[in-house]
Design a protein around this ligand. Structure first.
Ligand code: HEM
Length: 475
């Protein structure tokens, strides 16, 4: 009995050893990129999400500045680094790669591959493209300014101290709801905000601790709410007699995205598909813009000379206007220094970490082979903190973005990505950020309550206490 046990046990050990040996031999024959997969199941997900900058810096130093392998979110991933890696990824998008989203995010956003080619999805994307074009965006400026004035009068002016992050989240969500789905009443916005935050904040925190986290229930609640908004709007249009009148009551001949979709639909729309895309758009714009604004305030509070230059730019614009006159498109074009400040802030604290693609065919990069079915990723931290592109990279220096001060190679500065999947909302974001900044600096000087406040990553950079600041009104 004992000898049988010894024989079975030894053959088991031998089998395991030979599997490991042949697997290692096979993978070294494949010449996979250097790197490690980390823990079973979790891989290196926690480091990737909660310490993204150190994750990239350490692995690029240890393995390769061009490409390394890891395992995150249950997938084998090759991360392409530096401006050349970004260029390779973006220029092979749709040829070698296809867009890929982590399953936890795809389920929260209810993104399904089959939906992409549906008539409703095509209709919404066509309308979105027109909605985000310059000709249309110009009309958003006075609306954004009206909303920003109301926001500051209500939530900032009565106080001597405020928390910036909850307020930028409130402003951004309220504005997105107004422009995308014509939800401009505070109560209505709250009704959508509650399930929306439960869904997305849950997805971000729980997908890290639970690798097979599913957001199905919360996603269904958000979807139901958006479908009820679609039905409301359809009814409203029927009551108006299907009027294609261009004005929806917000003013300036402006029409929200959802109404545009409904009045141009020639067939019955698939409400679930439309609701899924609207949820994705709210998500894409909300976290990114609110984070961008939060960190601009953070850097302005710490750099009074930069704040002073921004203030001068905005006072000049304010002086050129009549009493009460709203900002317009021309004013936005004058906010050049302010945009350099925003760019520098997004270099140091990028609102989006990067994204993934799925490999459609084996390929070789920098001498290493990446097999079909793997994922590839690009990551802002592979370039944004590299002194080769940004001398003295930790320094907050908006003049880097002035004229030709520091001609950067293409794809070294990538807060909005690049190539065919580059962010379509960049100009929208630019306008919203600048309008907010105008309303902030022309009202207040400010300083941080806790200069030692910790910044955590989810992977979105987040000030742990919400960035409390002291406000000092200016006349
Ligand atoms: C500061 C604000 C923003 C930042 C930093 C940002 C960043 C990004 C990044 C990094 C990507 C991924 C690109 C890639 O995969 O290569 C992306 C994609 C996208 N963004 Fe933004 N974004 C911002 C605002 C917005 C806004 C306001 C909207 C909508 C109005 C928007 C809509 C989208 C969409 C639809 C995509 C997917 C593009 C596609 O699949 O073709 N983003 N964004």
């Amino acid at each position: 009995m004992d000898s049988t046990f010894v024989v079975i046990f030894s053959s088991l050990i031998l089998t395991i050893i030979s599997i490991i040996f042949f697997k290692t031999k096979k993978s070294s024959k494949l010449n996979l990129p250097p790197g490690k997969y980390g823990w079973p199941l979790y891989g290196e997900t926690i480091e990737y999400i909660s310490k993204p900058e150190a994750f990239m810096r350490d692995r690029m130093a240890k393995y390769s500045k061009e490409i390394f392998k890891t395992s995150v979110l249950g997938e084998k991933v090759a991360i392409l680094c530096g401006h050349s890696g970004h260029k390779f990824l973006y220029s092979n998008d749709t040829k070698l790669f296809q867009f890929w989203m982590p399953p936890s995010l795809a389920s929260a956003l209810s993104v399904k591959d089959d939906d992409k080619n549906s008539t409703s999805s095509k209709l919404l994307h066509e309308q979105l493209h027109k909605f985000l074009k310059m000709e249309s965006l110009q009309h958003f400026v006075p609306i954004m300014d009206t909303k920003a004035r109301h926001h500051f009068e209500t939530f900032w002016c009565p106080f001597q101290q405020v928390k910036v992050q909850p307020l930028t989240k409130h402003f951004t969500f309220m504005l997105t709801c107004c422009l995308f789905i014509k939800y401009s009443n505070e109560e209505q916005v709250k009704e959508l905000a509650k399930p929306f935050f439960d869904l997305h904040e849950g997805t971000m925190s729980e997908s890290v601790s639970l690798p097979f986290y599913s957001a199905k229930k919360r996603q269904e609640t958000v979807q139901k709410k958006i479908i009820s908004i679609i039905k409301e709007r359809q009814l409203e249009l029927i009551n108006k007699g299907g009027s294609k009148n261009n004005d929806d009551g917000i003013g300036g001949g402006f029409q929200d995205l959802l109404t545009r979709v409904l009045i141009t639909a020639s067939h019955e729309i698939d409400e679930k598909v439309i609701a899924g895309i609207i949820n994705s758009l709210l998500f894409a714009s909300f976290y990114t813009i609110s984070t961008a604004i939060t960190f601009i305030v953070y850097y302005l509070a710490d750099h009074p000379h930069v704040y002073h230059k921004v203030l001068q730019e905005h006072l000049e614009i304010a002086r050129s206007k009549k009493d009460g006159e709203l900002l317009n498109w021309k004013d936005i074009q004058k906010m050049k220094y302010s945009w350099n400040v925003a760019c520098e802030s997004m270099r140091l604290r990028p609102p989006a970490l990067g994204s993934f693609r799925e490999v459609l065919n084996d390929f070789t990069y920098a001498g290493f082979r990446v097999p079909k079915g793997w994922k590839v990723a690009w990551n802002v931290y592979s370039t944004h903190k590299d002194p080769k592109y940004f001398p003295d990279p930790e320094k907050f220096e908006p003049s880097r973005f002035e004229g030709n001060n520091n001609p950067l190679p293409p794809y070294a500065y990538v807060p909005f990505g690049g190539g065919p999947f580059m962010c379509g909302g960049k100009e929208y974001a630019r306008i919203e950020i600048l309008v907010f900044l105008h309303n902030l600096v022309t009202r207040f000087k400010f300083s941080r309550v806790n200069p030692m406040e910790e910044i955590i990553y989810t992977p979105i950079p987040t000030p742990l206490q919400g960035l409390p600041i002291h406000l000092q009104k200016i006349n």
